[in-house]
Design a protein around this ligand. Structure first.
Ligand SMILES: [Zn+2]
Length: 128
C-alpha cells in the first residue's frame, strides 16, 4: 500500500488550501444570501456556521461546506503536526489513493465505513 510521505506535504497543503478557499466562498455566499451573520474572519466560521443552525435554516449545502471546511483545516493542522496521512481513529496509514482523492479525510476506509454506519443510526446528534 502506498502511503503519504512528508515530501508530498506541499502538494497536499496546496490542494487543501485551494479547497478551503472554495468552501469559504460557498459559506460567504450563503451568509450573504441569508443576510444574517456578520462574518469577517474565517476563524469565525466554526462558531457561526455550526451544523445545527445551518441545518435549521434548511441550508444543506452550507452545512456540508462548513463540515468539510473543518475537516480541511484539521487536515492542515495534521500536516503541520506530522500526523497527516494517519487515520485519527486507528492510527493506521491511510491508503494514498484515498488521500489523493479525499485529502481532508481523517479516516481510513474501514473507520470511515464504521462512522457512516453509526452516524446513519445516531442521526448526527453530537455534531458539536
Ligand atoms: Zn482507521
Amino acid at each position: 500500500m502506498n502511503k503519504f510521505h512528508i515530501a508530498m506535504a506541499p502538494q497536499f497543503q496546496q490542494r487543501l488550501a485551494s479547497r478551503a478557499t472554495e468552501l469559504r466562498e460557498i459559506l460567504r455566499g450563503q451568509f450573504a444570501q441569508a443576510g444574517s451573520a456578520d462574518v469577517h474572519e474565517v476563524s469565525d466560521f466554526k462558531d457561526a456556521a455550526d451544523q445545527d443552525s445551518l441545518a435549521a435554516m434548511g441550508d444543506v449545502q452550507a452545512a456540508r461546506a462548513a463540515t468539510e471546511l473543518e475537516q480541511v483545516r484539521a487536515a492542515e493542522q495534521r500536516i503541520a503536526s506530522g500526523s497527516f496521512g494517519l487515520c485519527v481513529d486507528c492510527d493506521e496509514p491511510i491508503d494514498l489513493r484515498r488521500l489523493t482523492a479525499l485529502p481532508a479525510t481523517p479516516y481510513c476506509t474501514g473507520c470511515q465505513a464504521a462512522h457512516e454506519h453509526s452516524s446513519a443510526h445516531e442521526s448526527r446528534a453530537k455534531a458539536s
